[in-house]
Structures are given as structure tokens and as C-alpha cells.
Write a protein that binds this ligand. Structure first.
Ligand code: ADP
Ligand code: MG
Length: 350
């Protein structure tokens, strides 16, 4: 009885600590936070001035002593202290809004499948010192697969390609575990850089990072489309130093993005080649599942299908796939707690 009561009032939260966006899921409530993984720091004092949306708004607009950075880009724990502060900020925010009178939360965090034991330990430690009572980890591709409602615990192959901001995760999942995976540092951010290089090299036009991202989202594609897309872009002329605007079309941006897209597609191809034949035939039937914001590039599904000779399915709402998967684990612990791969203190999350 008492146990049951505790089970009800204790709260569990899931966090997708992405290189571009951090999302938080609260059991029985759903997604309560969806903000950029961005931090603004005063370089002189080391003090954090803003986190999330507020910090992203400062990008490119700060005085010299304030730096706005995305501390997770180089991997989850490239910067332990900041990671802890981000976790702390979001855990506090959820705790204050919803559960001020309850004990500290248990937290499940998605991590890229490639991280080392040392890095895993560091994430758990960061979560505990950020105020979690206990911390558990889950492989991001596994979470994305659960978010896509794939039958991850069956003895059948599921292939997930999650293209985020800083990293692309390619994983094959069967029987509740990751069979093979690879993690590349080529994803949405590199595509933004492709657009910047293109404008600089071809037109001597200097573009800001956010402008480049907007261009990518507005007219970027991976495969020739029927409809032509065009837009006016604005930047600084590198020769005169003055503002300049020009028109670009989808063909030009596709050519620019191909630099990164080629790497992603080649890695998917070789992951397929390394997969045991039994699993390949499962994937043939179910298709490769595309998740993450970078997977939204127009025609990428078509290009991957052509190159791998496999069907490709874009999952619904790919930007929230991982956190919805973590949420599904929290809601169905009886069935799914096996996919949690590590624990802070004990192994039971109830
Ligand atoms: P992460 O998991 O690393 O935080 P996300 O899955 O949140 O990353 O994806 C962020 C990336 O998705 C960014 O590089 C962003 O530019 C890109 N993105 C978002 N929407 C689109 C879109 N419609 N088309 C292309 N790229 C997109
Ligand atoms: Mg992600």
C-alpha cells in the first residue's frame, strides 16, 4: 500500500540532452521543456547569464566579454561543469513548476550510443549533482526507436538514423539492445557550415550561422525536386565590407549540402553492409527510420532509399523522437526498464 502510494507521488523525468535542443518529459505530463542547448557566459566572471531560449537570442549580438556557446556540441561531456549547470537549470525548472513539495526526481537521460564508460559516469555524476535523486541512462537510438513505436524487444532488426545538430547516430537495434552503431560528427551544424562555405567561396558573401540555418531549412534539399525553391539571402560582401543581398535556389544549396549529406549517406550504406543478413531482411521490410531535426532535409529519405536500396520511413515529429521514447520508458517501466543502461545508486527505477 505504502509502496503504491510512493510509486504514485515520486516523480520521474526524462531528458534528451541534444547537441542542439534539450527536451524534458515529465511522467504523466508529457514534454514540458523544449529549448536550445545554449548557454551564455560572462567570460570575465565565469558566471552563467542565460540558458536555453534566452541564451540563443543572444547569439551574435553580445558584447565581447559575453560568450554564447553550445557546450554539448563536442560530445555530451566535453564541458562537465556546463553540462551540470544545464541539467541543473532544467531539473530545477521542472521541479519548481510541478513538484516543489516532492522529493528530488529520478532522471533518465538519453546519451549517444558511442559514449565511453567514463563519459557515462560523468553524465550520471552531473545529473546527481544537478539535483537528481538517481540517474539512469538510455541509448539515444534506442529511445528514438521506442519513440517511433518500433518493437525494440523482439528478435528483429530495426534501423534508426538520428541526424541531430552535432552528431548523426546510425544504429541497428534488436532484442532490446544496440547491435551495431556508429556516431558521426557530421549532422545539421555541418550543413549550416556547408551553406556558409558555399556563399563565401562562390560569391564572397559572409553569412551568419543563423542565416545559414534558415537558408538550409527554407530551401535545402538532398534530392532534385519537382518544384523549384528560391530565396533572397543577405550577408556582408567580403570585398567591399558592405551589406549585400542575392538570390539563391535549391540546386545551389543542394550542391552545398552534398558535402555533409554524402558523408552521412556513405556511413548509412556501410552500416547496412556490416549488418548480419537476418537483420537486413527485417530492415528491408520495415524500412530505415529517419529521426532528428537534420532528417527533415527535403528528399533525404529518397536519396538514402536510392543509395541503400532499402525503404526509408521518416518518423512523425522527428525532433521529439528521443524524448518521447524516454517518456514511453518512464510510463511503461514494467515492460521497458531493461533498456535503461546504467543507474546512479541502484538498478530499480520505480
Ligand atoms: P540534437 O538532437 O543534436 O539536439 P535535433 O534533433 O534537435 O538535434 O536537430 C537539430 C538540427 O536539425 C539542427 O541542425 C537544425 O538546423 C536541424 N533542423 C531542424 N528543422 C529542420 C528542417 N525542417 N530541415 C532541415 N534541418 C532542420
Ligand atoms: Mg538528438
Amino acid at each position: 500500500m505504502l509502496n503504491k502510494l510512493f510509486g504514485k507521488i515520486s516523480h520521474n523525468i526524462g531528458i534528451d540532452l541534444g547537441t542542439a535542443n534539450t527536451l524534458v518529459y515529465v511522467k504523466e505530463k508529457g514534454i514540458v521543456i523544449n529549448e536550445p542547448s545554449v548557454v551564455a557566459v560572462n567570460k570575465r566572471t565565469g558566471q552563467i547569464l542565460a540558458i536555453g531560449k534566452e541564451a540563443k537570442e543572444m547569439v551574435g549580438k553580445t558584447p565581447g566579454h559575453i560568450i554564447v556557446s553550445r557546450p554539448l556540441v563536442g560530445g555530451v561531456v566535453s564541458d562537465f561543469e556546463t553540462t551540470e549547470q544545464i541539467l541543473s537549470y532544467f531539473i530545477e525548472k521542472v521541479h519548481k513548476d510541478s513538484f516543489a513539495l516532492l522529493p528530488r526526481p529520478r532522471v533518465a537521460i538519453g546519451i549517444p550510443s558511442g559514449v565511453t564508460e567514463v563519459e557515462k559516469r560523468a553524465v550520471i555524476d552531473a545529473a546527481i549533482s544537478a539535483g537528481a535523486r538517481e540517474a539512469f541512462l538510455i541509448d539515444e537510438p534506442m529511445a528514438a526507436a521506442i519513440g517511433a513505436r518500433l518493437p525494440v524487444q523482439e528478435p528483429a532488426g530495426n534501423m534508426i538514423v538520428d541526424i541531430g545538430g552535432g552528431t548523426t547516430e546510425v544504429a541497428i537495434i534488436s532484442l532490446g539492445g544496440v547491435v551495431t552503431s556508429r556516431s558521426l560528427r557530421v549532422a545539421g551544424d555541418k550543413m549550416n557550415e556547408d551553406v556558409i562555405h558555399f556563399a563565401r567561396d562562390k560569391y564572397n558573401l559572409l553569412l551568419g550561422e543563423r542565416t545559414a540555418e534558415n537558408i538550409k531549412i527554407a530551401i535545402g534539399s538532398a534530392y532534385k525536386m519537382n518544384d523549384r525553391l528560391e530565396m533572397i539571402i543577405r550577408g556582408i560582401d567580403l570585398i567591399s565590407g558592405l551589406p549585400k543581398e542575392m538570390e539563391v535556389n535549391d540546386d545551389q544549396i543542394r550542391e552545398a549540402l552534398f558535402r555533409s549529406i554524402k558523408v552521412i549517406v556513405n556511413n548509412i550504406k556501410s552500416a547496412v553492409e556490416e549488418t548480419p543478413p537476418e537483420l537486413v531482411s527485417d530492415i528491408m521490410q520495415k524500412g530505415i527510420i529517419l529521426a532528428g531535426g537534420g532528417g527533415l532535409i527535403r528528399g533525404l529519405d529518397k536519396l538514402i532509399a536510392e543509395q541503400t536500396e532499402m525503404p526509408v520511413r521518416r518518423m512523425e515529429d522527428p525532433l521529439t523522437a528521443v524524448v518521447r521514447g524516454i517518456g514511453a520508458v518512464l510510463e511503461n517501466l514494467d515492460e521497458l526498464s531493461d533498456v535503461l543502461i546504467e543507474s546512479g545508486e541502484d538498478k530499480k527505477l520505480r
